[in-house]
Design a protein around this ligand. Structure first.
Ligand code: FE
Length: 404
């Protein structure tokens, strides 16, 4: 193996970051990772040297190089897998081969998931919620976090140094040379943490609320939250916990997202008129043409909005493909507390708007009307109607926000 001279980063007295930085990734199965990402793995130099999580398979040598800057690879005694998803376990079979650890640990479901995904011929020791593991001079304990965001997920807490290794929770896709939150521009952190929650954790919000209550009830002190992607929280611990608690409630705001695609600028003209109507009616509005906005950025905007207006032309008797893509993606993320409607132009039969309305209703989004269809190119009257729809949605949104 080529050992590059890469370094580990010390994060607490005995714990080190030994992960990998993926500067080039731009698509993480449908999520636009415009700032790249990191796959964080951590090494605890206790009597029993312990590796927490590994990295995506192509980055194995980067992780092993960082570990080699501290110890010989065969000095690793234990490996703990907090999360079986392949960006954290993909190289585990090869790492086990290289390291020959005494034991490998995962949650009970993690044991099944790891053997199912990686076809490993190796015993993995299941650990229970609340169980502790003695590392000689130090101890870790395990907190099961099922559905955050996979059934197998768990946290590992390094008791003596109060570091919570939180796998994907509290993470973000952000490649950087800096390892800690207080070293990175706060606006970048806020946006990427929001985008990560909106695109990954949103459908699990009820579990987030329960988990935060559980962690609070454990009465543990947390000096650092070390997730599997992005920076380690050491200054903004309360901030990210408070944000998760707020995000999990999905309270509506007076912001409307108008998302649309267009073929000959008719639906686009309606979208602009609706947007003006929204502003006139007292809402804030964000116009997102799908020709230039990625689905995961649209979802990030919808996440803290209170209204969603979807525009689509009718093409071959149905919805425009980019709009169908967005709605399919959004359906899985289960947004809550939204009102909405659909609009669009058509030439022959105009089925698309009705289809979008049905899809939005199936997502439990409250419809303000049955949508607005305009045949051919909109004229002054139909643009005024579009404007009025914007005003109507803004009024309904104001009413909804005052009732919350
Ligand atoms: Fe991950």
């Amino acid at each position: 193996m080529l050992i590059e001279p890469l370094k580990a980063t010390k994060i607490s007295e005995h714990a080190y970051w030994v992960g990998a930085i993926d500067w080039g990734i731009r698509d993480f199965h449908g999520y636009s990772t415009t700032r790249g990402t990191t796959y964080n793995a951590y090494l605890i130099l206790a009597d029993k040297v312990t590796l927490i999580d590994t990295v995506k398979a192509p980055f194995k040598n980067e992780m092993l190089s960082r570990i080699s800057s501290l110890i010989e690879l065969d000095n690793i005694d234990y490996i703990i897998s907090n999360h079986a998803k392949m960006d954290h376990s993909g190289c585990l079979p090869e790492v086990i081969q290289a390291v020959q650890p005494e034991k490998v640990f995962a949650s009970q479901i993690g044991v099944k998931a790891l053997s199912g995904y990686l076809h490993m011929d190796r015993e993995i020791v299941p650990v229970k919620d609340g169980e502790s593991l003695n590392l000689g001079n130090m101890n870790v304990s395990f907190v099961k976090t099922p559905m955050l965001h996979w059934p197998d997920s768990m946290f590992t807490y390094l008791i003596e140094e109060e570091v919570l290794f939180s796998q994907d929770a509290f993470g973000m896709h952000l490649a950087s040379t800096e390892r800690f939150d207080d070293e990175i521009n706060e606006d970048v952190l806020d946006y990427e943490a929001t985008k990560y929650y909106a695109n990954i954790l949103l459908p699990m919000s009820s579990f987030v609320t329960k988990l935060l209550e559980r962690v609070a009830n454990l009465g543990i002190s947390i000096k650092m939250i070390a997730p599997d992607h992005g920076p380690i929280w050491r200054k903004g611990i309360n901030k990210i916990l408070d944000l998760y608690s707020k995000w999990a409630t999905q309270k509506p705001t007076k912001k409307a997202v108008v998302v649309y695609d267009t073929m000959w600028q008719s639906t686009a003209a309606m979208a602009r008129a609706i947007c003006d109507g929204l502003i006139s009616g007292g809402a804030s509005a964000k116009l997102m043409p799908l020709g230039s906005c990625h689905r995961s950025d649209v979802v990030t905007e919808i996440f803290d909005a209170g209204a969603l207006l979807v525009g689509t032309p009718t093409i071959n008797n149905t919805i425009f493909p980019t709009v169908a893509d967005l709605l399919t993606y959004l359906k899985g993320l289960k947004p809550r507390n939204l009102i909405g409607t659909a609009f669009g132009s058509y030439g022959w039969s105009g089925e698309a708007v009705g289809e979008v309305i049905e899809m939005l209703k199936a997502m439990k989004i409250d419809m303000v009307n049955e949508g607005l269809k305009v045949r051919y190119m909109p004229n002054t009257a139909s643009l005024e109607e579009s404007f009025a729809l914007g005003v109507l949605v803004a009024e309904k949104l104001t009413e909804k926000c005052s009732n919350e």
